[in-house]
Write a protein that binds this ligand. Structure first.
Ligand code: PPY
Length: 317
């Protein structure tokens, strides 16, 4: 398959939240966007060069990380985050025309949506079962096609993005059924590793740190690399490495860009103390926040310290 520079994938099928996010990401304007069946399939198409990049959900303000995406970043051929994007999400319960709310017994949706609609379901459809699918739009499509579930019966309703009702010929039975009306999902554009975008002063850097020999304070050692250089973390998450029981790595989002001296020094520190460090990219922050840089932590401070050391070593002032 030829590489098409402006061909991007997204977690489909059509009318997923991920498609909605993809169509609003400024750096993808004008790009061709194609649906993929799973996060794995989309990221693998990036790895193989079939597409330039793909959009996948990474984190939700209520439910936390999307583990299928995190695990793709941790394992396999390395890929990086090129862009992040925040999209508010509202959930709609939808069914084939003629289905009424009390008759809904079998629901299908994505795990992130299920977690956020649990309270509403417990109150309004306490006896309904919820099956988990690869995306909210795949769920809507399964309801429209009368796909049968594990019990041999077709699903009655899907929890999906409002636009999925129209796309799959379903009717909304209940709208805004999520726990938090202000829920936001963080989507990322994944590409093959390459030169990161320029530092903007409002950036994040993501990475995975693998502990070297389990020992007391191993996590502290990782955290120290950031704290002594004044680098604030916005997220730290442990995930199994997939290589044996109890083996975990840490997925970190840090404020700043790999081009910032303090972030670069923290990365070098990690490289010295960890078994492995996987760089997952530096990219502009979706929230536009420009955190203040602490005293002694600016690029100039690091430059000055480095030339001072050089003068000691060479005897030249
Ligand atoms: O993109 C979708 O439709 C998904 O299924 C992933 C998802 C699920 C819930 C909130 C945001 C993204």
């Amino acid at each position: 398959m030829p590489v098409t520079a402006d061909r991007y994938g997204y977690l489909g099928p059509e009318a997923s939240f991920t498609e909605a996010a993809s169509r609003r990401i400024p750096t993808l304007m004008g790009a061709r966007l194609d649906p993929f069946d799973s996060v794995h399939a989309a990221i693998d198409a990036v790895r193989s060069g079939e597409i330039a990049g793909c959009v996948v959900p990474l984190e939700n303000s209520v439910e936390g990380s999307v583990n299928t995406t995190l695990d793709e970043l941790i394992r396999g051929e390395p890929v990086v985050v090129a862009t992040e994007f925040l999209l508010p999400v509202t959930f709609t319960l939808m069914a084939r025309p003629g289905t009424d709310l009390p008759s809904v017994r079998r629901i299908i949706t994505h795990p992130v949506a299920e977690a956020q609609c649990r309270t509403w379901l417990g109150k309004n459809l306490p006896d309904a079962s919820v099956a988990l699918g690869s995306s909210t739009s795949a769920a809507a499509s399964a309801v429209a096609d009368e796909t049968v579930g594990a019990d041999g019966h077709p699903y009655d309703a899907a929890i999906s993005a409002p636009i999925a009702a129209e796309r799959y010929g379903l009717v909304p039975l209940a709208e805004g059924i999520g726990e938090d009306e202000d829920a936001v999902t963080r989507f990322v554009v994944i590409t093959r590793p390459g030169r990161p975008p320029r530092a903007t002063g409002s950036d994040k850097t993501s990475l995975v740190a693998y502990i070297r020999d389990d020992h007391p304070g191993a996590l502290l050692e990782i955290l120290e690399q950031f704290s002594t250089r004044g680098v604030n973390l916005t997220r730290i998450e442990s995930r199994p490495t997939g290589n044996g029981m109890g083996r975990y790595c840490f997925v970190v989002d840090a404020e700043g860009h790999v081009a910032d001296a303090r972030v670069g020094e923290a990365l070098m520190g990690l490289r010295r103390v960890c078994a492995d460090v996987r760089y997952l990219g530096s990219y502009p922050r979706a929230d536009g926040v420009r955190p203040p840089v602490g005293r002694g932590m600016t690029n100039e401070d690091f430059r000055d310290a480095s030339s001072w050391l050089e003068s000691l070593r060479t005897g030249r002032s």
